[in-house]
Design a protein around this ligand. Structure first.
Ligand code: C2E
Ligand code: CA
Ligand code: CA
Length: 750
């Protein structure tokens, strides 16, 4: 820290030793004092002269009225001027003319006869140096003379300071104060400014010569009432150093002010312009705030994501992942807890969604979720697995309690839901409980199997997972893994079931049906593995394989006139937008005219809405025929049928089997009428009796298939006409119009 300059000029009396300035050499005063005491006046003047001419100090001789009468060589040397110049300049000219201290020093001299202090004296080149200045009077004959004696203290005192480390000379201090980038103001005990460095001059827009000696509060009245004032006063009062950082409005600066007391009274103020640092700090604070905000946002997003991952958005219930987590948490607290999984599914929910719209469906699900939560215990996690599947894990409940819970759920679902219209839904429940340590995955699979059993059993009921289901579910898991290798091992193949044109009793098309020759289980039918394939996504490669084989085979039947091969296409294949393009590519590769192929889609696939419609349109554009399979068993509204490009309606075998009854006949008649209305053909399948065949023919059905006519078989065993024993025309005494289909060689396609 920089010591304060010692410019306590006003309080210094004559001959006060300059304690702060190290060890001064014996000064002219001291010589004078000693000599004058004893010497006669002539000796005195010769002594003065000797000192004037040879002294180490610069001396100006002044008249009583203050004019400079002469200057010694040393003065000329120190100030870089000629004696003549110095006489012209006057004593006042060697220090700043407006330095009040100087003025006051002169006043002191006039009053007390002498004065001493440190001033910066100006050389002719404008540079300055610290000088210890002494003034006094001496008698010269009758007229008293004055003198101004000065000595450059910068070197001498710097040396003194070096000899005595820790001690700083006034000159050094002054130089330091001038060289530092801080602003500096020294204030004396009466609040007058005793020093102000060049920095402060520049920054505060004042001139040193003007302000030195001035009352700080007069000069800078804007300080009054500010933190600056209170701090300065406090330091002056307590003598304790203080620091403050505040905005100095007048100069629009952010200042850090370090204020300390001076030994002789008064204070020293170091200012530093910290505007840049403040700006940086403010910028840093702004960035910090922004960063904090960003971090909070990220944290919120993370929590949202975690919530999304663990919760179902629509109902706010747990998701599958959330349920797993929650159950883990329960088991961590109670490893022996007995867990029961209730798998709950809304019956025919797709029907609601499809006919009343997703908005209604969503409200129904939300409401059901609320009811379920109300019925479950506070410790029982409730989840929605997407779609209309809900899962409740019941913790430590007896079989009776679980049974009651399931019954309550079924009853709760029966309460109508008001969604604009009053909606009635029912649920089926599958239940599975752990006897040993619980594995949620196994329990879920068990409850799911039980749920399917409940649905198959007529819905709106609860079914417990049992041993047989366990065997089945194990079988299913095995099947799944076997199916993955079935494709590689080429275990899948197609059989073809013919359908016959009822007018001419001649084969008009075949339906390709996939089979699996399982290495251990023998022949596995599609009913047993297609659902597994659909669940695992294996349906895509399987579907591609079936299409490729069927197209290839259709090419071999090119010689049969107006002959078409139908292929079953699963809803998942239809949901794939790339499907039509791949279909086109396959046809192209095989060189098969598109009208030789047809795809059968189930009614339920149509319930999926617009996307399927788009895919069907593109298939239609290829001129591949489209049939609605199992018509009448799905839930698609008849009204929507017209929206799709349908060429053929296939009457489900269940209706064919009902043909003996009035209801059955009315149904088939209705389907035929509907088909005519949309310009579609009607194919009946599952014909097992001649009576059914006759009835279908009478109802105007275009073609038929069934075990009566032919079982699915390898292509080479394909019968081309209705076998005689099954021919209703033959029975009726009408000979089939065509007995044989011409061989490929003899009859090119029409
Ligand atoms: P679907 O499309 O309704 O096929 C007709 C099913 O009825 C065939 O069973 C057929 O063998 C059987 N069937 C034919 N005539 C009679 C009859 O007179 N009486 C009785 N009771 N049944 C008859 P399959 O081959 O077991 O196929 C079952 C289902 O598997 C098919 O029903 C179809 O939905 C599906 N499927 C078959 N092949 C494929 C395929 O390549 N891809 C896809 N996605 N599904 C296929
Ligand atoms: Ca079919
Ligand atoms: Ca069918």
């Amino acid at each position: 820290m920089i010591a304060a300059p010692e410019h306590g000029v006003r309080s210094q009396s004559r001959l006060t030793p300059m304690a702060e300035h190290g060890q001064p050499e014996p000064s002219i005063d001291r010589y004078a004092e000693v000599i004058l005491e004893s010497a006669p006046s002539t000796l005195r003047s010769s002594v003065y002269e000797a000192l004037f001419v040879h002294g180490l100090d610069g001396v100006l001789i002044t008249s009583a009225d203050g004019r400079t009468l002469g200057a010694n060589a040393r003065a000329c040397q120190l100030l870089g001027r000629t004696e003549h110049e110095l006489i012209e300049l006057g004593a006042d000219g060697i220090v700043g003319r407006r330095d009040r201290r100087w003025r006051e020093a002169r006043e002191t001299q006039a009053r007390e006869g002498a004065f001493r202090g440190v001033f910066r004296l100006r050389r002719s080149d404008g540079s300055t140096f610290p000088a210890e200045v002494t003034t006094g009077t001496f008698p010269d004959g009758d007229c008293p003379r004055g003198y101004v004696s000065f000595r450059d203290v910068s070197t001498a005192e710097a040396e003194a300071a070096r000899a005595e480390p820790g001690t700083r000379t006034a000159a050094e201090v002054v130089d330091d104060l001038e060289s530092i980038s801080d602003m500096y103001i020294g204030v004396d005990a009466d609040w007058r400014m005793s020093y102000i460095n060049a920095q402060a001059e520049a920054r505060l827009g004042v001139c040193r010569d003007e302000v030195v000696g001035e009352d700080i509060w007069d000069r800078f009245p804007e300080l009054l009432g500010t933190a600056f004032e209170s701090t300065y006063r406090q330091v002056a009062r307590t003598g304790r150093t203080a620091t403050l950082e505040a905005h100095y409005d007048e100069a629009d600066l952010w200042c850090e002010a370090r204020v300390h007391a001076l030994r002789r009274g008064g204070i020293a103020i170091h200012f530093r312009d910290v505007s840049d640092r403040r700006a940086t700090q403010q910028e840093r604070e702004r960035l910090l705030t922004a960063e904090r905000a960003a971090r909070a946002a990220a944290e919120r997003a993370r929590r949202d994501l975690a919530r999304i991952a663990t919760h179902d958005e629509l109902t706010g219930l747990l998701s599958r992942a959330g349920l797993l987590q929650e159950v883990d948490r329960v088991l961590a607290g109670r490893p022996e807890a007995r867990l029961t999984v209730a798998f709950i599914d809304l019956d025919r929910f797709t029907l609601v969604n499809d006919s009343l719209g997703h908005g209604v469906g969503d409200r129904l699900l939300s409401e059901f979720g609320r009811r379920l939560t109300a019925l479950a215990g506070p410790a029982d996690p409730v989840a929605r697995f997407g779609g209309d599947e809900f899962v409740v894990v019941l913790v430590d409940r007896s079989a009776e309690e679980v049974g009651r819970f399931a019954q309550q759920v079924i009853e709760a679902s029966r309460q109508p839901v008001d969604v604009g219209a009053r909606l009635l839904v029912t649920v089926s429940v599958g239940l599975a409980t752990a006897t040993g340590p619980a594995d949620l995955g196994i329990l879920l699979r068990g409850a799911d199997a039980a749920l399917h059993r409940a649905k198959d059993g007529g819905r709106e009921r609860a079914v417990w997972f049992d041993e047989q289901m366990h065997v089945e579910s194990v079988r299913r898991v095995e099947l799944e893994s076997d199916l993955r290798t079935a494709l590689d091992r080429d275990e899948l193949f197609l059989e073809y079931q013919p359908a016959f044109d009822l007018r001419v009793e001649r084969i008009c098309h075949v339906e390709a049906l996939v089979r699996w020759r399982h290495p251990d289980r023998g022949l596995v039918g599609p009913v047993d593995f297609i659902p597994v394939a659909e669940e695992t996504g294996l349906i895509h490669p399987i579907g591609e394989l079936v299409l490729a084989r069927a197209i290839e085979q259709a090419g071999r039947w090119a010689h049969l006139p107006e002959f078409r091969v139908w292929v079953n296409v699963s809803p998942q294949q239809l949901a794939d937008h790339g499907f039509p393009a791949r279909l086109a590519a396959q046809l192209d590769r095989a060189g098969l005219p598109a009208h030789r192929l047809g795809v059968e889609v189930t009614e339920s696939a149509l319930a999926d809405g617009s996307r399927v419609g788009e895919v069907l349109e593109r298939i239609h554009d290829l001129e591949v025929a489209i049939a609605i399979d199992d018509f009448g068993t799905g839930y698609s509204s008849l009204a929507r049928l017209g929206e799709f490009p349908v060429d053929v309606i296939k009457v489900d075998k269940s209706f064919v089997h009902d043909l003996g009854t009035a209801r059955g006949e009315a149904l088939v008649a209705g389907i035929v009428t509907l088909a005519r209305a949309i310009g579609a053909h009607v194919i009946a399948e599952g014909v097992e009796t001649l009576a059914q065949l006759t009835a279908l023919s009478a109802l105007g059905v275009d073609s038929a298939s069934g075990y009566l006519l032919a079982r699915p078989s390898a292509p080479e065993h394909l019968p081309l006409t209705i076998p005689t024993e099954a021919s209703y025309r033959w029975r009726l005494g009408v000979h089939p119009s065509v007995g044989r289909v011409p061989r490929r060689s003899s009859s090119p396609e029409r």
